[in-house]
Design a protein around this ligand. Sequence first.
Ligand SMILES: NC(=O)c1ccc[n+]([C@@H]2O[C@H](COP(=O)([O-])OP(=O)(O)OC[C@H]3O[C@@H](n4cnc5c(N)ncnc54)[C@H](O)[C@@H]3O)[C@@H](O)[C@H]2O)c1
Length: 242
Amino acid sequence: MQPFEGQIAAVTGAGSGIGAATARKLSRLGARVVLLDIDGESANRVAADCDRAIVRKLDITDAAAVSAAFREIADEAGGLHMLVNNAGGGAGAKLLDLNEAHWRRLVALNLDGAFHCLSAAAPLIAAQEKGGAIVNVASLAARHVSPLGGAGYSAAKAGVVALSRQAAFELAGSRVRVNTVLPGPVRTALTEGSVRLDIQFPLGRWVEAEDVAEAICFLLGPGAAMCTGAELVVDGGVSLRL
Ligand SMILES: NC(=O)c1ccc[n+]([C@@H]2O[C@H](COP(=O)([O-])OP(=O)(O)OC[C@H]3O[C@@H](n4cnc5c(N)ncnc54)[C@H](O)[C@@H]3O)[C@@H](O)[C@H]2O)c1
């Protein structure tokens, strides 16, 4: 029997990169996957690789839409066991180039969006007899100056790390585990053209979306049954030099 057989997993930003790789892997491991993305067409393409997938076009910055979508998903799928809070991104800008509107957009997407999905999903997961698990996707930029960074993105991702830690503590009693992955540079649409290609990875190659998906699925799965509030760096060793 597959580890996620009979379980429902929602993945935000599932149309591309880390979210797409995670949705495909969760499906291979037996979960029924709910793909959420502002780009519905991309999510539909990924859903074609997943068994009995559900797709919802969703902007995670819209609190009311997120709340309604999670209620509908739980009704349609018959509950929710896991959330991968992954949608995010945005180009970095230097502090003195960052205007109010750009700051608001970065915080809305990377921190408010994570909060909206976490708070909509947590009660549904807590309602399961055996609870479930949430993985929030932050970034190495939460800890270190990063080529993807910039003050707004880094500050928002540091907020995600703090939000995860607090949520892990508050939800432990409901048997909802909350963990965080902190990817370094990963080869996805987000980094294409925006990140130096000559980064030296101590482990000898670029980190791929599938590498991050592996770490996410470990934290969601039975092997991490006693992990909550953990912060797992997936960076091919890049931060060892920082
Ligand atoms: N790629 C990297 O190097 C890297 C490094 C550290 C952290 N991360 C984080 O990993 C996560 C995934 O990044 P990726 O590299 O796979 O990016 P990506 O650009 O390949 O995919 C992001 C997906 O999120 C969707 N999305 C964007 N805005 C949305 C919104 N408002 N509502 C719903 N969906 C939305 C996009 O349509 C896209 O499908 C992000 O949170 C990113 O910050 C990525």
